[in-house]
Design a protein around this ligand. Sequence first.
Ligand SMILES: Nc1ncnc2c1ncn2[C@@H]1O[C@H](COP(=O)(O)OP(=O)(O)OP(=O)(O)O)[C@@H](O)[C@H]1O
Ligand SMILES: [Mg+2]
Length: 293
Amino acid sequence: MSSARRPAPSESPKQADEGEPCPDPDTPVIRLEDVSVTYPGGVEALRGIDLTIGDGEFVVIVGLSGAGKSTLLRVLNGLVPATSGSVVVDGTEVVGASAATLRQVRSRIGMIFQTFNLVNRTSVLNNVLMGRLSVVPAWRSTLGLWPAEDREAAMAALERVGIVDKAYVRASNLSGGQQQRVGIARALAQEPGLMLADEPVAALDPVTSRQVMGDLQKINRELGITTLVNLHFLDLAKEYGRRLIGLRDGEMIFDGDIADVDDDTFRGIYGRSITDEDLLAMGDSPTDGSEGG
Ligand SMILES: Nc1ncnc2c1ncn2[C@@H]1O[C@H](COP(=O)(O)OP(=O)(O)OP(=O)(O)O)[C@@H](O)[C@H]1O
Ligand SMILES: [Mg+2]
């Protein structure tokens, strides 16, 4: 992800005639080799994972509760140390890395959380500006001295997720979907090379879930930011993913193109039949954000 400079959120999206940035599987942003994670207490959350993810890919990870989805995202930014194996993110080995190296790796990773993780008592704009903390020196932000370019980058990020009109509203006064968009804008303001979203729509209703997934998809396509999303709902995974990874009991038992995924694939990943609970299953098909396939 450092091989070519990405457009900052403040830059205009690529014009249609330039084409979308194409995923480049030959430039790995992420490479896991034989990665295992055993938590204190003995739970083997990941077992022997081999995985390569190329620049600009949009990958959805599914699996039952406890399968290791969150752990997989957390080994990438070093929040959970791999017990064995190698985790290379953007050319940097994360396993055994120093605190300074981990800080550097994390500064290039935008995180999006199920519960949004906003500071509720402050404005939307201030929340997004916090994404700039990894870009600007800390003293500037603690003094509230955000330079114009940072404010512009934050506003551009808000514009990209369609809530620039909420910039001066307290975060707590927004709907869930709007709050998640603030979370996405905050991650974008960081100018990340990699976005990790851990069940970003689990707290949202079906319509809002699709809008938020559409935002993530659009950002991936327009800015070419490599994106990994953990999802619970299998229909949503099929609708928005390009590549699907299936985890079961800490093992990667599927890795392939979403076009090759069928009900049997999902049954294999879940080890049981698919139920209504596994589907977002709503009547109307999406009107935006998804082109299907
Ligand atoms: N900090 C921890 N200490 C000990 N065990 C843990 C810890 N975090 C997760 N685990 C265990 O590791 C396994 C994988 O957990 P993980 O959170 O990665 O699963 P998940 O697929 O994200 O599940 P969910 O869909 O419920 O979020 C589970 O058995 C879980 O109980
Ligand atoms: Mg999880």
